[in-house]
Design a protein around this ligand. Structure first.
Ligand code: GDP
Ligand code: MN
Length: 378
């Protein structure tokens, strides 16, 4: 789970890493009010989960509340690297004297956290690694004993940090490591970690929290922040595994392996899958309906292939869900259903009674949907 900048900064605050005052705005009026409240200059920042917002025009300085409003107008609804901007962070501008880079992530090969620091912050670490690899300092942390003061000192010496900044920088290292551990992070990054008015301040934040171990303190932080396409958000909310692809044949199956195999077979027959969607084991009519709604909300979908292997999942339940949804939504694209396993006879009978031809074989089913979609295209 990735956190938005404003959420990451809230966690920085909790561990004592300084950040500028700021608030999130969903509208231009709100942005203007916050700017007035904080006092200008302020920075209006797009809250999206992709990096490089500055370069994309998603970060703007405002000298007056009216200007903050104008910037919010430009930034809200902007799309940055495919992600729609739904809110902005309005934050007090800081006068940056220098920029550092600091991050902690997991080095899976070493099975340890790794701290990465550079006295040249601001640009993205990938670019920095290309332009000035010698300016990046890295070291591992033994997770059993935690970050050690000598490690931080060595790194700061290596990076050529001025003596006056040693102590305050070291303080930020320890607080960031605390945040990394306390919030079960896979990555924490401050870029830039700025010097303003002689003091350190985190101007940006990046947090990736381990999905399998989200701390109770962060429960609910994701709901409002689900990234991805509208279909992906709806699927996540419905508890379905959905991945949007760029083809035209919508795919629904039960079990990740079966769905992957279905994608392969469709591709093999010359079709292009529009998505991956796994309804999981034991899916009922209601789940089938939700799955269909999600797949059909993708405007690229020209045909549907439903591939169900009934184990715990009962074919008659799936068939009922399909028929109910077809009646309710009026599915207009061709649909091929491969149904086999538990209660398949009942399931197929339900489909046939409603004019849907069931298929027993996956390969035939894939060939059939590809044929029907091609026929429609001419
Ligand atoms: P990113 O582009 O998504 O990494 O967003 P950042 O929050 O890191 O902002 C990009 C750049 O904008 C930073 O590297 C800074 O140089 C600049 N910036 C952001 N906030 C401020 C601010 O308050 N004052 C100044 N002077 N520059 C800022
Ligand atoms: Mn940044």
């Amino acid at each position: 789970m990735r956190l938005q900048e404003y959420q990451g900064k809230e966690l920085f605050r909790r561990v004592g890493i300084p950040v500028a005052d700021g608030k999130v705005a969903h509208s231009v009026t709100e942005a203007e009010e916050i700017a007035r409240e904080l006092g200008c200059p302020v920075v209006v920042k797009a809250q999206v989960l992709v990096g490089g917002r500055g370069k994309a025009g998603g970060i703007k300085l405002a000298q007056a509340p009216e200007e903050a409003r104008a910037h919010a107008e430009a930034i809200l609804n902007m799309t940055i690297k495919g992600e729609r901007v739904r809110k902005v962070l309005v934050t007090k501008a800081v006068e940056i004297e220098r920029e550092f880079y600091l991050s902690i992530t997991i080095d899976r090969a070493a099975k340890k956290p790794i701290v990465i620091f550079s006295a040249e912050g601001g640009m993205e670490i990938e670019e920095l690694a290309k332009a000035h690899p010698e300016k990046i300092v890295r070291f591992h942390v033994n997770p059993l004993i935690g970050l050690q003061a000598y490690q931080v000192r060595t790194a700061l010496y290596q990076a050529g940090v001025a003596p006056t900044l040693m102590r305050p920088l070291s303080d930020v290292f320890f607080k960031l490591y605390q945040a990394f551990v306390q919030y079960h992070a896979q990555l924490v990054e401050i870029n830039p970690l700025a010097v303003a008015d002689g003091k350190l301040i985190a101007v940006d934040s990046k947090f990736i929290i381990d999905d399998d171990d989200v701390p109770a303190e962060l429960a609910g932080w994701e709901e409002e922040e689900l990234a991805g396409s509208p279909e992906e958000r709806a699927a996540k909310q419905a508890g379905l595994q959905y991945v949007k692809l760029d083809g035209t044949i919508g795919i629904i199956g039960n079990g990740a392996g079966l769905v992957m195999a279905t994608l392969d077979v469709v591709a093999l027959k010359g079709g292009r899958p529009a998505n991956f969607l796994d309804i999981g084991g034991g899916a009922n009519a209601e789940v089938m309906k939700k799955a269909l709604q999600i797949v059909l909300s993708d405007p690229n979908v020209r045909g549907l292939l439903i591939n169900i292997f009934g184990g715990i999942t009962r074919c008659d339940e799936v068939a009922r869900g399909l028929v109910a949804t077809q009646q309710e939504l009026g599915i207009r694209v061709p649909m091929v259903v491969r149904l086999t396993g538990t209660n398949e006879t009942e399931g197929r009978a339900i489909l046939e009674a409603h004019g849907i031809t069931p298929m027993a074989d996956m390969e035939e089913g894939a060939a059939e949907i590809v044929r029907q979609v091609e026929l429609k295209a001419f």
